[in-house]
Design a protein around this ligand. Structure first.
Ligand SMILES: NC(=O)c1ccc[n+]([C@@H]2O[C@H](COP(=O)([O-])OP(=O)(O)OC[C@H]3O[C@@H](n4cnc5c(N)ncnc54)[C@H](OP(=O)(O)O)[C@@H]3O)[C@@H](O)[C@H]2O)c1
Length: 367
């Protein structure tokens, strides 16, 4: 993997390509782009977006034109649509919707990125992105037997979130009890498996019996709770008689509260996501069991993967070796067509996605 580390260039600042820069008039290509038309209220509607088609042609010195192949749909995209600055600024209405993607450099006037280079970065909900190479743009190495979408999953933000969130903040120790919400999702399923590799007892919380069965039968989780048909609080009480040592929170709301009510002494709570609140139209009530943080001398730490991107090459060798040795599995759902991005996005919130949700925009290059 050392060869890989030399080939990967990671730049950390959050950067968006300027989609509006002037272009000269060489070959005219069409670029379909999804613009954020209005700020969604609650779940996004297709009418919150507008597809436009613009001509793109010619590059200025230093620029590259990237043909987008895969687009990652992530729960955090929903927050970017709100008019509030979080860890990044909001997407402006009328701008191309921001999204992480993988693409191929189709034209280049930048010596760092030759034609045919595969890159990942904030390429946007569009067919083509143009860049001057600054900001976050990573060259993807060709790893034997690693399919390209895996760089949006195990070898991308998802894998890094699971790896650093659990290992750095959770500090799992053999024999400890680890509980994860949204456990059958892209991040959660990896967290649980890494927990098993580290010798934890692992319990997942998910929204269907099929997902729960996948966790216990296929991924080796010790138990799973269907939060839609069972009392999470009571099941956690039964399954964790000593309490939860590490709670990896992807959901927030009532599920977070149920976990807080079942903490062990010195528990670590990793706040990775609060997906149950991303479409809320009113402020959510705080957790009722928050006093347990004090009583159980627990620590609660917020986690953002962007703080760990510069350490990517610490994680990749472990993730790769666990995956190739059959200890770490992932799944993904790839939906064809950029035109389907807005309606596919809500699968993240109705739970119908099975693994990392990805839009395929163009076919992969054959060589
Ligand atoms: N902090 C970071 O740096 C970072 C990085 C990446 C992701 N995240 C967070 O990690 C979490 C998971 O992201 P992911 O990309 O792996 O997505 P994912 O888990 O693959 O998909 C989202 C899943 O969340 C569950 N869900 C949706 N709405 C819910 C609700 N109201 N209550 C309970 N469960 C709900 C659904 O599964 P069910 O069928 O089980 O309901 C859905 O399949 C999100 O909160 C995301 O924001 C954080």
């Amino acid at each position: 993997m050392n060869g890989i580390s030399r080939k990967i260039i990671v730049e950390i600042s959050i950067y968006e390509f300027d989609h509006t820069k002037g272009v000269s008039n060489m070959t005219v290509k069409k670029n379909r782009q999804w613009l954020l038309k209005s700020r969604p209220v609650g779940l996004t509607k297709e009418s919150d977006f507008e597809m436009v088609e613009n001509d793109i042609s010619g590059l200025k010195d230093g620029e590259i034109l990237i043909r987008n192949i895969y687009l990652s749909l992530d729960p955090t995209n929903r927050g970017w649509m709100n008019p509030i600055k979080t860890y990044v600024s909001p997407v402006k209405t009328g701008s191309v919707m921001r999204g992480i993607g993988i693409g191929i450099v189709e034209e280049s006037k930048n010596s760092r990125y030759s034609q045919g280079t595969i890159v990942t970065g904030l390429l946007g909900w569009q067919d083509y992105a143009r860049s001057d190479g600054s900001g976050w743009l990573t060259i993807i190495p060709s790893l034997p037997n690693v399919p390209l979408p895996a760089f949006l999953n195990l070898y991308g933000m998802i894998g890094l979130t699971a790896y650093f969130g659990l290992l750095e903040i959770g500090e799992p120790k053999e024999g400890e009890t680890l509980v994860i919400s949204a456990a059958a999702g892209a991040v959660g399923s990896l967290v649980g498996q890494i927990g098993k590799i580290k010798g934890c007892r692992v319990i997942g919380i998910a929204g269907t019996d099929e997902k729960c069965n996948w966790l216990t039968n296929d991924l080796g989780f010790d138990a799973a709770i269907n939060y839609k048909s069972e009392s999470v609080f009571n099941r956690l009480k039964d399954l964790c008689p000593e309490g939860i040592d590490i709670y990896f929170a992807n959901v927030g709301g009532k599920i977070l509260d149920a976990a807080l009510g079942n903490l062990n002494l010195n528990a670590r709570v990793i706040i990775c996501g609060l997906i149950s609140q991303y479409n809320a139209t009113e402020r959510m009530p705080g957790p009722y069991n928050f006093a347990n943080i004090l009583l159980k001398r627990a620590s609660v730490t917020g986690f953002l993967v962007t703080d760990y991107l510069h350490r990517m090459m610490e994680a990749i060798p472990d993730l790769h070796s666990w995956h190739t040795s059959g200890k770490l599995h992932y799944r993904e759902e790839i939906v064809d067509g950029l035109e389907n991005a807005p309606k596919t996005f809500n699968k993240l919130f109705d739970g119908s996605n099975k693994g990392k949700l990805i839009i395929k925009i163009f076919e992969e290059p054959t060589t």
